[in-house]
Design a protein around this ligand. Structure first.
Ligand SMILES: Nc1ncnc2c1ncn2[C@@H]1O[C@H](COP(=O)(O)OP(=O)(O)OP(=O)(O)O)[C@@H](O)[C@H]1O
Ligand SMILES: CCCC(=O)O
Length: 356
């Protein structure tokens, strides 16, 4: 069974081709900020991104007719349970309207569907960023009408949590884990026996700051900034998710560059980077209380889990809670494939998204 996997990120488009479990192609096409600067919205990037995918397939000698299924990384929909979803009109409509917000992954379902339509094959998304398994208590904020939301790296977190459980010699459904995805955004989640019962909203101002995200902010100061007249609504949103965190303090979202500066003696860069580790550790502590201290392991994953410096700072503060396991990078392409294969092989039922 041949599957095309498409994963649009904020600064890249990843394309992979699998024949059953074997990888035939895995390519990351990076998009410079210059290339993307003239697009006013994510949806406007559609033609550009499809061309990138088709060009890559042509260059590698693949034809759309070769594929049995198409799978894309899912985007901002209304909250749904974990699983593999068949792309349908309801889903496409919400994504095209950006009804629940803008995120590069919104394009995953749209691209997969349009390519699949050309050859009459099914398109899927797997564990989109809105997978919601939070318990009722986790949903409360201190202001009626503002509810905490689950927007996180569900795809990579779920895949890595299963791997960690296996490495612990247990089933995912039998362990309690705190999983931390350290990417451009950072999500810290409490996985209780196969369900993610609490997680910070990695996109919208909750939890630690991240390379591109401001994280939780002092609310009155934030209100003052919003009302200052310095920023439009759109600019404010971009400031919090895109230009926040390391970008705001140090002008870069690249943790490798930050470490180079630290190694050259930049004290401010060191303080900011260590503050990020401090906030991550603090959020891990919060999630330990969510699990009543019964934690089988703390699992660090994502690009910055490659950083010895950051990992060591986090470990120093959280090792008293549980052992720390490291799975650097992400395997979202394989996670997307596996989700599609579970459905294609009849091991799991496909799910359907409904507009509400
Ligand atoms: N060896 C390394 N040491 C330190 N940081 C690293 C290393 N390799 C990658 N990174 C950092 O990881 C970050 C990117 O992580 P990742 O690729 O998981 O994020 P993304 O896919 O862009 O965003 P997200 O995961 O939030 O969707 C960047 O800040 C990058 O500099
Ligand atoms: C994966 C959703 C959260 C983010 O982009 O930071």
């Amino acid at each position: 069974m041949k599957v095309l996997v498409i994963n649009p990120g904020s600064t890249s488009t990843k394309v992979a081709v699998f024949e059953d479990e074997s990888s035939l192609l895995e390519k990351t096409i990076r998009h410079s900020s210059d290339e993307l600067k003239d697009f006013k919205s994510i949806i406007e990037q559609y033609d550009f991104r499809v061309n990138v995918v088709e060009k890559e397939l042509n260059a590698s000698g693949f034809n759309l007719k070769d594929f049995d299924a198409f799978v894309g990384r899912g985007g901002l929909l209304h909250p749904i349970e974990s699983g593999t979803y068949r792309v349908n009109e309801d889903m496409l409509q919400d994504l095209k309207e950006c009804r629940y917000g803008e995120h590069a992954s919104n394009l995953g379902a749209i691209i997969a569907y349009n390519l699949a339509q050309k050859v009459g094959k099914p398109a899927y998304i797997v564990d989109p960023v809105v997978v919601d398994e939070m318990e009722p208590l986790a949903r409360y904020s201190g202001l009626k009408g503002i509810e905490r939301k689950s927007i996180w790296h569900a795809l990579n977190q779920k895949a890595v949590a299963r791997r960690a459980a296996k490495d612990l010699g247990k089933r995912y459904e039998d362990v309690n884990l705190i999983v931390v995805h350290l990417g451009g955004g950072i999500s810290v989640a409490a996985h209780k026996k196969g369900k993610t019962i609490d997680v910070n909203n990695a996109l919208n101002g909750d939890g630690p700051f991240a390379p591109e995200r401001a994280g939780g902010l002092p609310t009155i100061s934030l209100v003052d900034l919003c009302m200052s007249g310095k920023y439009t609504y759109e600019e404010m949103k971009k400031l919090l998710a895109g230009k926040g965190g390391l970008v705001s303090h140090l002008g870069t979202n690249n943790a490798i560059e930050v470490e180079e500066r630290i190694n050259k003696g930049d004290e401010y860069a060191k303080l900011v980077y260590e503050a990020m580790a401090y906030q991550i550790a603090k959020t891990i502590g919060e999630m330990a209380t969510v699990l009543y201290g019964e934690v089988d392991a703390i699992v660090l994953t994502g690009g910055i889990a490659r950083s010895q410096m950051l990992v060591d700072w986090i470990k120093e503060r959280v090792s008293f809670i549980a052992k720390v396991l490291i799975y650097p990078g992400e395997d979202e392409m394989r996670a997307l494939l596996e989700g599609a294969l579970r459905v294609l092989k009849g091991e799991e039922k496909e799910k359907f998204y409904e507009r509400i």
